[in-house]
Ligand binder design. Structure first.
Ligand code: SF4
Ligand code: SF4
Ligand code: SF4
Length: 262
């Protein structure tokens, strides 16, 4: 339907890059499988090593989707180069936004994790694990570990239509209520991160009787202090509360204090 509204002289060129992460965000992009071929009518996939043998290495690119956090001096250089060649740079997933799961390494002394994994660390030059926004300007973010396919599609559509993407700012709890779930905190005293976590997954975990672990990162204007206090009331130790807030977005401004960073 939106097709008729688009006046395209040339298809926008997309590039997909991977830094430190698990490649799950790229897989979620591939999970658009039922409409993936339709997307190719509107976008030219110019660089995506996971899916193409021949890639345009030099850019420029209209949209660059960058997955993964930055964790080495080489990656710092690479992300700066990508920025120069990209008109619209997207932090694609929580690793690219704030470090996500790889950033758990930041809570131990530098090189401790590397020493446990590698016998010889002489070739390893790692830095703190940070989101790409620490080094370059970003134009949009797609929250989630990984972002939901519907949100990826929304971003791509809005790019074509030159509109603001309708990405949700409210907490997972709203989606949970839409699904008529009984609240895990109030009914079972299960420590759920839903009240401070950005919606977008359709309340996947609470709908399966599992607490939200916070994988979409902080919602807009959350109140982590209040949630930490509820966690205390239902019996979590200070250490457990810190772990909860560190897991996906401990370096974010919103969760830093509860994650024990300040
Ligand atoms: S955000 Fe999650 S799914 Fe995406 S690369 Fe990082 S760990 Fe993997
Ligand atoms: S179960 Fe979790 S997400 Fe659902 S309403 Fe309760 S706190 Fe919110
Ligand atoms: S409920 Fe929470 S942990 Fe589960 S997918 Fe959604 S945001 Fe992630």
């Amino acid at each position: 339907m939106f097709v008729e509204r688009i006046n395209m002289r040339e298809k926008p060129k997309i590039a997909v890059f991977k830094f430190t992460g698990c490649a799950g965000c790229q897989l979620e992009l591939l999970r658009l499988e039922d409409i993936f071929l339709d997307l190719l009518e509107f976008f030219d996939i110019s660089y995506w090593v996971m899916v193409k043998r021949e890639n345009q290495e030099d850019g420029p690119w209209d949209i660059s989707l960058v997955e993964g956090s930055i964790s080495t001096p080489e990656e710092i250089k690479e992300i700066k180069e990508i920025r120069k060649k990209s008109k619209f740079l997207v932090a694609f997933g929580d690793c690219a936004i704030g470090g996500c799961i790889p950033s758990i390494r930041n809570w131990m002394p530098q090189m401790e994790a590397e020493t446990q994994v590698y016998h010889d660390t002489s070739a390893i030059h790692s830095t703190k694990v940070l989101g790409i926004g620490e080094y370059v300007k970003i134009d949009a973010i797609l929250k989630g570990c990984p972002p939901h396919r519907e949100n990826i599609l929304e971003l791509l559509k809005s790019y074509l239509l030159k509109t603001k993407p309708r990405l949700r700012k409210h907490p997972v709890c709203i989606e949970c209520k839409y699904r008529d779930n009984a609240c895990l905190i109030t009914s079972k005293k299960i420590p759920c991160m839903g009240p401070v976590t950005s919606a977008g997954c359709g309340a996947l975990c609470p709908s399966l009787n599992r607490e939200c672990e916070g994988c979409f990162g902080p919602m807009s204007n959350p109140n982590p202090e209040a949630l930490a206090s509820i966690f205390r009331d239902i019996g979590l130790s200070e250490e457990d509360i810190i772990r909860k807030f560190r897991k996906y977005a401990g370096t974010s401004i919103e969760f830093q204090r509860e994650a024990g960073l300040r």
